[in-house]
Design a binder for this molecule. Structure first.
Ligand SMILES: C[S@@+](CC[C@H](N)C(=O)[O-])C[C@H]1O[C@@H](n2cnc3c(N)ncnc32)[C@H](O)[C@@H]1O
Ligand SMILES: [Zn+2]
Length: 272
């Protein structure tokens, strides 16, 4: 973990900021200590728990391959534009980051200043191991979005939440008062041509998004992005296996190439 990111991170036991203590170990002023993995990430979970909802290695690898081929480039561009427009100090915190593809893209964008740093947070240790290598200005943390986030108050200029679970109270706490929350959610019609193999988008998704972020946030903007992807058989395999459908599809299923619609909403929110 980069030393300059430690004061942004909070001890999961006592909420004090982290730093380097005697011997170079990561710890807080209250005496709690955390080991760094050899890949560089930290595990900052409140207590021993099993990562039941976390993505598996097969899902993470499918996601890295699929996103690495640029199929969701419109999402990458939209996120970079929002981050470039935010003019307050603080990190970009990517919650439910997976392997950190979007965080890395945002930090690499020419429009985003080179001093901006990032933190990827996910419950999946496998995903965070990949995220630890995603970008030199990013750190990676195993954490749980349903708990108190291991991040100090007001330390984030931007919170990214891309197809990930949300926590409005914690997002409001960790964001700078003038910071921005960016949420990407699928719309009805997303991956429609693969309906047999994927889980349908909840038609009530928009209302559930609103309910999950109010009253702590007010909506600033909402943009619908729709594009067409020409997918190879391997792409179709990966897009089916990188999400929750992975748990439902017969692993022996052989996929054919397909032209597939992507339909997502990118919304931005301010702390209320
Ligand atoms: C659909 S993936 C999205 C990953 C990434 N944002 C992307 O779009 O490539 C959802 C992610 O949320 C993570 N996740 C699920 N439950 C979580 C929790 N309680 N806390 C943190 N992350 C969680 C999963 O491990 C997975 O990486
Ligand atoms: Zn502590």
């Amino acid at each position: 973990m980069r030393d300059d990111l430690l004061p942004v991170l909070a001890c999961p036991v006592c909420a004090e900021p982290l730093g380097r203590v005697d011997g170079g170990q990561v710890g807080c002023a209250e005496g709690h200590r955390f080991d760094e993995a050899k890949q560089g990430h930290l595990t900052l979970l409140p207590a021993k728990r099993r990562a039941l909802t976390a993505d598996t290695p097969e899902m993470v690898d499918a996601r890295l391959r699929f996103l690495g081929r640029g199929h969701y480039a419109p999402v990458e561009r939209a996120l970079a534009a929002v981050v470039a427009s935010v003019d307050v100090p603080g990190v970009v915190l990517d919650v439910g980051s997976g392997p950190g593809t979007y965080l890395a893209h945002v930090l690499t964008a020419d429009s985003v200043p080179a001093w901006r740093r990032g933190v990827a947070l996910d419950l999946s240790a496998i995903a965070i191991r990949r995220a630890a290598r995603a970008h030199e200005r990013a750190g990676a943390v195993v954490g749980d979005v349903t708990e108190r986030l291991p991040v100090v108050d007001g330390a984030a200029a931007v919170v990214l939440d891309v197809f990930a679970p949300r926590n409005q109270t914690e997002y409001a706490r960790v964001l700078h008062p003038d910071g921005v929350l960016v949420v990407v959610t699928p719309r009805t019609g997303h991956l429609a041509e693969l309906a047999e193999a994927t889980i349908a988008v909840d038609p009530e998704k928009e209302r559930r998004l609103h309910d999950s972020l109010t009253p702590a946030f007010v909506l600033r903007s909402s943009e619908d992005l729709t594009w067409t992807m020409d997918l190879s058989a391997e792409d179709v395999h990966d897009v089916v296996h990188m999400g929750p459908s992975h748990h439902h599809v017969d692993p022996e299923t052989v996929f054919a190439p397909a032209t597939v619609t992507a339909a997502v909403t990118v919304s931005t929110w301010s702390p209320a």
